[in-house]
Design a protein around this ligand. Structure first.
Ligand SMILES: [Zn+2]
Length: 207
């Protein structure tokens, strides 16, 4: 198996986590995302992608524990509550578990931060995001999430957990719902990111 290379946080935009030479990338200076920060452990590529597939689709659950140990050092110090991105109901039934929820549980055990598996809920079902353009993804998830009990979110700094960040449309919709419920901050943490700004560069460029 190839080795997995961790993304160097010092080469990333503080807001969206994309490769940037400055603290705030050009895009975030004009259109900052709803979330306050984004961090990913690695690229959605090679061995990381294979391991994520084993975890999600083959239920190799110990991978969740392994991923959680990689993510724990990336948690912002201000995070107070771990909230996983909920899966579409049909997909969860098919898969038998929510990979982001299991990750939240493992991360909670490691960091002693509480997690709230039902902090976010799906308002409606969405199509699978694979193969959709950025605009289609945004339309697909727009308004798809809600906070069932705002008092559990209100005033708190939320760590939003997902497995892969692609266009950020899902994270954006989740952050909107959390902020509307009174979240003091929303920090996004994913195992991997698949956005073009990173995929277009080689990791050697970060060395
Ligand atoms: Zn940015």
């Amino acid at each position: 198996m190839d080795s997995i290379t961790q993304l160097p946080p010092e080469s990333s935009c503080r807001r969206c986590g994309k490769a940037a030479d400055e603290r705030l990338c050009a895009f975030c200076r004009v259109h900052p995302p709803e979330y306050d920060s984004a961090a990913s452990w690695t690229l959605y590529d090679g061995a990381a992608r294979s391991l994520l597939h084993l975890y999600k689709y083959r239920r190799v659950l110990p991978a969740g524990t392994w991923f959680a140990a990689r993510l724990a050092p990336l948690l912002p110090a201000s995070a107070e509550l771990l909230v996983p991105v909920p899966l579409a109901r049909g997909r969860q039934r098919e898969r038998g578990f929510n990979q982001s929820e299991l990750l939240a549980r493992r991360l909670s055990r490691l960091t002693h931060l509480p997690y709230d598996a039902t902090g976010l809920a799906r308002r409606r079902e969405t199509w699978t995001q694979a193969g959709l353009s950025r605009e289609e993804r945004e339309r697909n998830v727009n308004g798809a999430f809600r906070v069932p009990e705002p008092r559990r979110i209100d005033g708190r700094s939320i760590l939003l957990l997902d497995d892969v960040l692609t266009t950020g449309a899902t994270a954006q919709a989740c952050a909107l719902a959390l902020k509307a419920a009174g979240a003091a901050a929303v920090h996004l943490l994913t195992i991997a990111r698949a956005d073009l700004d990173f995929a277009g560069r080689t990791l050697a460029g970060f060395a």
